[in-house]
Structure formats: structure tokens, C-alpha cells
Design a protein around this ligand. Structure first.
Ligand SMILES: Nc1nc2c(ncn2[C@@H]2O[C@H](COP(=O)(O)OP(=O)(O)OP(=O)(O)O)[C@@H](O)[C@H]2O)c(=O)[nH]1
Ligand SMILES: [Mg+2]
Length: 246
């Protein structure tokens, strides 16, 4: 356990990237704070720390606005998992993932895990529109029963991106990264979520946490492996006393 007032170093890093307005910050709020609230467009980036069993995972939220694009590869550096996020009602937001955001992930770990996440599913899919009883209970100050979020007048909106399009993109990325045979299958790594109702949000983050566990364990075992400093030992193999020359 870390001493009081001291935060343990994150064991591993995950990054959420994608175009502005797709709901990256809202997904992180939903997962970490169990609510959906007004957001301001992110400036630069921010990170959340999640304890997963005995491990600490940092999840970086990044800005989708073009003006912050230059920072993207810095946020991806050393990441073990990348969450590429688009908006299911906005075809261009999927296109941008491949055209603008994928190259940023070259600074991530070479064996990093990818997820493709289509957010705002509540706008197109009646199933995602309804809050789960757990989400209703978790909503601050809410009283059961509260079966769904308010129905917008134009519900459902036209869905511009089908899951098959996301699956095709995932497969292209895995080929581009030469991760075929190592990465989990597309069906497992393409999610449709709603930060508004909580639909699929826990499943998405927690699937990734489970998948990065082997990397954490490997990293920890490497950093904890006993090493011997030969300079500390004399010719008979006895530990020499520092600074003494008798
Ligand atoms: N209906 C619906 N609206 C959402 C959802 N997620 C986010 N929004 C709305 O979409 C807008 C943008 O959400 P953000 O979370 O700020 O988007 P972002 O991707 O972080 O944007 P940048 O920080 O600019 O890159 C806000 O008005 C949110 O309320 C969702 O799941 N459903
Ligand atoms: Mg944001």
C-alpha cells in the first residue's frame, strides 16, 4: 500500500482519442463519476486514475479539437491501450479516426490494444436509450423508478455509422500495426456506448482493463526482478564495504 498522501505510480496507461464532440470526456465522467453532466471542450488533456484490483491504470482524456492535434502523439506515448472514439450519428467522426488520429498512436506501445467506440448510441438505438437500473440507482440524487433519459423530440436519429464499419476499420488498423494474430478479435473490441445512459460504458472500460493486465504483470515482474551490481562485490564474491580501502 502507498503511504498516506502519496499516490502510487500508474502501472499502465490508456488513452482516449477521437474528434471533438464525440463524447470522450463524457464517457470518462460516466465511468469514473457515474453521471452525465455538461462538459467543456477539453483543452490539452487530463487524466483519471482507476484502481483495478491491486493495479493503478491511468486513463488519459485528450482534446479532439484540431488546434491540439500536435499534442496527440505525446499523450499516446507508452500507452498500452488506445480507445478510438467516434459518434454513431456522425460518419465523418469515424473517417477522422483513420485519417487524423491513427498516426498519433505510432508512439504507443508496439503491442498496444485497440478499441473502437461508437458513442451517443442513445440517439439511435432504443436499447441504448434506456438507462439500466444500476445506472439509475447510481445517478446522483435519483429515485427509482426512472426508466429512461428524456426522449428527444427527433428520436431516433439517423445512425450514420454501423458497427460493421467500425469492425472493418478495426481490422484495417490491426493490419497496419502488424498485430494480426496478437490482437483480440474485432467483435470483442468494437463497442457502441452511451455516456448519457451508461449503456455499455462499464463493459467497454473493464474489457480493456482485463486485457492490459498481462502487460502490467509483465512490467511489474521486470521492474522487480533482482539485479546484482557487480561493482559492489570483491574478487572473493563478498560484498565490499562502500568507500573503504583497507
Ligand atoms: N446524447 C448524447 N450526447 C452525448 C453523449 N456523450 C456526450 N454527449 C454530448 O456531446 C457533447 C460533447 O461531449 P464531450 O464529452 O465534451 O466530447 P469530447 O469528445 O470530450 O469533445 P472534445 O473535448 O472537444 O474533444 C456534449 O454536449 C455532451 O453532452 C452521449 O452518449 N449521448
Ligand atoms: Mg473532452
Amino acid at each position: 500500500m502507498s503511504p498516506p498522501g502519496k499516490m502510487r505510480k500508474p502501472d499502465i496507461k490508456m488513452v482516449v482519442i477521437g474528434d471533438m464532440n464525440v463524447g470522450k470526456t463524457s464517457l470518462l465522467h460516466r465511468y469514473t463519476e457515474r453521471n452525465f453532466k455538461d462538459t467543456l471542450s477539453t483543452i490539452g488533456g487530463a487524466f483519471f486514475l482507476k484502481q483495478w484490483g491491486p493495479y493503478n491504470i491511468s486513463i488519459w482524456d485528450t482534446a479532439g479539437r484540431e488546434q491540439f492535434h500536435g499534442l496527440g502523439s505525446m499523450y499516446c506515448r507508452g500507452a498500452a491501450a488506445i480507445i478510438l472514439t467516434y459518434d454513431v450519428t456522425n460518419w465523418q467522426s469515424l473517417v477522422e479516426l483513420e485519417e487524423r488520429f491513427l498516426s498519433l498512436t505510432d508512439s504507443a506501445n508496439s503491442d498496444s490494444i485497440f478499441a473502437i467506440v461508437g458513442n451517443k448510441a442513445d440517439l439511435t438505438d432504443p436499447q441504448a436509450h434506456v438507462m439500466t437500473p444500476e445506472e439509475v440507482r447510481a445517478e446522483e440524487g435519483s429515485v427509482l423508478p426512472l426508466p429512461s433519459c428524456p426522449i428527444p423530440p427527433d428520436f431516433p436519429l439517423h445512425k450514420q455509422v454501423n458497427r460493421d464499419d467500425a469492425i472493418a476499420l478495426y481490422n484495417r488498423i490491426i493490419r497496419y500495426k502488424a498485430l494480426e494474430g496478437i490482437s483480440p478479435p474485432a467483435e470483442k473490441m468494437c463497442f457502441e456506448t452511451s455516456a448519457k445512459t451508461g449503456f455499455n460504458v462499464d463493459v467497454m472500460f473493464e474489457t480493456l482493463f482485463d486485457l492490459v493486465l498481462p502487460s502490467i504483470i509483465q512490467k511489474r515482474s521486470q521492474s522487480e526482478s533482482p539485479t546484482l551490481c557487480l561493482e559492489d562485490y570483491n574478487e572473493e564474491g563478498r560484498k565490499s564495504k562502500g568507500g573503504c580501502c583497507t
